[in-house]
Design a binder for this molecule. Structure first.
Ligand SMILES: [Zn+2]
Length: 113
């Protein structure tokens, strides 16, 4: 899958803005393997404010890999909207939000097929 096609999917899911994709340039580490510790994490300053974001995702081998990408980008977009604010981990809520985007992706897929 092409990066631009993937961005269109993200936009359909309400993840992202042009400036979000520009911001992420050089911050996405996409590896050509299917198994890894996939992640999205903020970089914080000395006062725990979010100053940067890093994403580690797989290449688009299959639907599962696309879902992982959507999941991590959903986390990233949330953090992007919190740039400059003090980071609150809030793990359960963040996981729930990212999983919801994965499910939305599957629902959209079903509608199109
Ligand atoms: Zn997650």
């Amino acid at each position: 899958m092409d990066e631009l096609v993937f961005q269109e999917i993200l936009l359909e899911l309400g993840i992202g803005l042009p400036e979000f994709f520009t911001f992420l340039e050089g911050k996405v580490h996409r590896y050509p393997v299917k198994d890894f510790e996939w992640a999205c994490f903020p970089k914080l300053d000395s006062q725990d404010r979010i100053i940067d974001i890093c994403i580690i995702v797989p290449e688009f081998f299959d639907e599962q890999c696309i879902r992982i990408n959507i999941h991590e980008y959903a986390h990233a977009f949330e953090l992007f909207n919190e740039l400059g604010q003090v980071y609150v981990e809030n793990k359960d809520v963040r996981e729930q939000n990212a999983k919801e985007k994965e499910l939305e992706f599957l629902r959209l897929r079903l509608k199109k097929n």
